[in-house]
Every structure is written in structure tokens, then in C-alpha cells.
Design a protein around this ligand. Sequence first.
Ligand code: NAD
Ligand code: DAU
Length: 372
Amino acid sequence: MNFKHNILITGGAGFIGSHVVRLFVTKYPDCRIINLDKLTYAGNLANLKDVENCPNYRFVKGDIADLGLMRQLFADFCIDGVINLAAESHVDRSIKDPFTFARTNVMGTLTLLQAAKETWEKRAEGFAGKRFYHISTDEVYGALRLTHPEGIRSELTGTAYGDDLFTETTAYSPHSPYSASKASSDHFVRAYHDTYGMPTLVSNCSNNYGPNQFPEKLIPLFINNICHDKPLPVYGRGENVRDWLYVEDHARAIDLIYHEGNVGDTYNIGGFNEWKNIDLVKMIIKTVDRLTGKEPGHSLGLITYVTDRPGHDMRYAIDSSKLKNELGWQPSLQFEEGLEKTVRWYLDNRDWVENVTSGDYLRYYDEMYGNR
Ligand code: NAD
Ligand code: DAU
């Protein structure tokens, strides 16, 4: 079968990547979607069971930092578009093991850029019709101030906890090894555009939540702990603010930017949906208690204040007006609705959680694809 385009999606077995792969495989049957993933602890092919037999889907196990393999992949599959989601993504892990983050997020992205450049330059049409889209985070911008700790009403954002927002022109100021590695990879992507004329795009998104997120991140970790009556470790005083977006809304934004974004541009993606951690934790408790038939507030006693995360950024809040005004994107779900959907998914998929927390799925992949 001849495909119109061959799109390489890296990190497609992870949380956001699995939603992006599913969207592209089902929406674009005339395009071949190649999912390249190393299958680290965060990659789980069970996330893609429903599309794994589609004729336009291919999975390849591999490392984005392996230049030989990336060259081979670009040649074998005639790749003409890349969406790079492969990354180490958890801030707490980056504090313990920064080298792994530099290797995958910095060297991996650079390797992918170089393989794309070499391959595309050799083709008659050069960079024409090609796309290299890099997925990044709002954490590269650093931290905003908490000037309204009780929150104020804002026309644009609903409740706001400060006076400013991250825009596409906010200067980079990363604080964690994770965000430093993402910032570095963003700079390499832009450098390949400015130096070699590569057709690149970058987007910086706020905190995602929804199905398939590894239960080390706040929302799935706390849903799981409440189910098992385990303590809920709130860092510091729980005053930090994050801007939450449902993962399928992020996947829709990625689709739009990949197809209609201006080459060389950056787009911020966020839900105008700021929550103070402690308020969010109380809302998770309320939702889980209600859906599991417990007395309202039953699990409030599980809240445990623990030592703060080192370098913990106080507040993130994204201004996604450019994406709305130029490409017409907006989030489709209210937060209450998205959170309830998410809690229901974790309650209905306890086997998935059991599998990833016990590590059983890794043993299964080792048998299928060999040890890493
Ligand atoms: P995730 O940790 O759930 O998934 C990452 C995926 O990348 C996994 O499938 C993993 O196996 C794969 N991977 C890791 N190292 C690899 C390597 N060297 N080669 C190939 N594959 C490798 O991450 P996520 O939360 O889905 O994040 C995806 C991307 O989106 C990341 O680039 C992240 O920085 C960015 N992002 C995440 C959020 C969020 O809230 N989760 C928000 C904004 C941006
Ligand atoms: O902003 C986008 C980023 O959001 C992404 O780039 C990252 O990949 C993603 O992991 C996420 O980073 P955060 O550090 O904001 O997410 P996390 O879920 O780890 O933490 C959310 C907030 O909750 C943060 O202020 C730290 C706090 N927290 C987290 C955990 C895991 C706790 O208080 N206790 C916890 O146990």
C-alpha cells in the first residue's frame, strides 16, 4: 500500500504519545504512523491495543539517541514528518538521575534532528513538504510568582494566582534537570531551523492529565493511593500552582499545529486552568470518595505534608491565546468533567495500574523484544 505521508511519532507508547498515535492512526488512514519507542518504564504498548492491528500503524522498539538506527528508520520508512514526544518526563526522577535526562532529552533530540537533516537533504525535493515538530513543556520558562495566594477572578483565565502568564516570548529560565534538558532540546530544534533551514515547530504545553499516565505524577499517584488508603504526600505546603489540560485536548492541539502551524514558530498550549495543589488534592479526594461509595471527605486524613521538592517552581500558567487566535484551538473539556473521566478510567482499569506498578508489563516486553 502506498501511503500519502510517513509520520514518525517518537515516545508513542507513553502517556501523551499514545493519545497522539491513536488520533493520527484513526484520523489519517492514508498516512503511515511509525511509533518509535524505547519502552522504558513509562512506555506501555497496552496503551495502544485498540490500534495495533491497523494497516497504517507500525511499532519499532528503539532509542532516539541511536544515530545508526535513526538513519535506518528514516531511509526504510521514507519518513517525511516527525513528532518528537520521546523523553524522560518526571521532575523528581531528574533530580536523582540527571544524566539519563541529558542523554535522552538533549542527545536524543539532537540525534533525531541530525538523522532527519541528513536524510531530507539527500532527497531531490530537500526540506519541501517536511515537518519536524518537537513537543516541549511550559517548565522551560521557569516559575511565575504567586501574587494572589487566595486567587482572583480573571476574565481570561477564570481563577488566577498571579498577574502574569507564560507567553511564547517569555525568556527561558529552567530550574530542574528535567526542564534544563527540555530547554536545551528546544534550543537545538530552533538552531536547526535558523542554521540549516529545517522546517521545525515547537510547542510548550502545561500539565496534562487523563488516562494512561504513569502513577508517579500527582493525579494518577493520588487516585491510586486513595484507592489503597495510602498517604498522599503533598510537597511543602501544597501552595504551588499548576495549569491543567486534558490529554486529548493536547493531542488535538498537536494535530492542528503539525498540519497548520507556521514553520519556525512556537505555540503555547494550556487550558487557562490554574489550580493550587492542595485544592486539587481535595478535589481528587472528593471525586474518588464519591465514585467508590465512601463517606464524603473520608480520605482527607490521608493528606500528609512532606519535605518540598528541591527547586520546586511556584506557579505555572500558560497564555495560549496565539493558538486560539491563529489556529482556532481551545480546550473542549471543563476541568471537573475531565477529572471525573480520569478518575473513572483509573477505577475501571485497576489491572493497568497493577501491571505498571508491579513492573509485570516490563517483563512481558523483555520477552517480546529482548532486554534493554
Ligand atoms: P511519558 O514519560 O509518559 O512517556 C515518554 C515515552 O518516551 C515513553 O513511552 C518512553 O518509553 C519513551 N522514551 C523515553 N526515552 C526514550 C528514548 N531514549 N528513545 C525512545 N523512546 C523513549 O511522557 P509524557 O508525559 O507522555 O510526555 C511526552 C512528551 O511531552 C515529553 O517530551 C514531555 O516533556 C512533554 N510534556 C509532557 C507534559 C505532561 O504533563 N506530561 C506536559 C508538557 C509537555
Ligand atoms: O508543566 C508541564 C510538566 O508537568 C511536564 O513537562 C512534566 O513532564 C510533567 O511531569 C509535569 O511536571 P510537574 O512536576 O508539574 O508534575 P507532577 O505531577 O510531578 O507534580 C505536580 C505538582 O504536584 C507539582 O507542584 C509537585 C506536586 N507533587 C507531585 C507529586 C508527584 C506533590 O505535591 N506530591 C507528589 O507526590
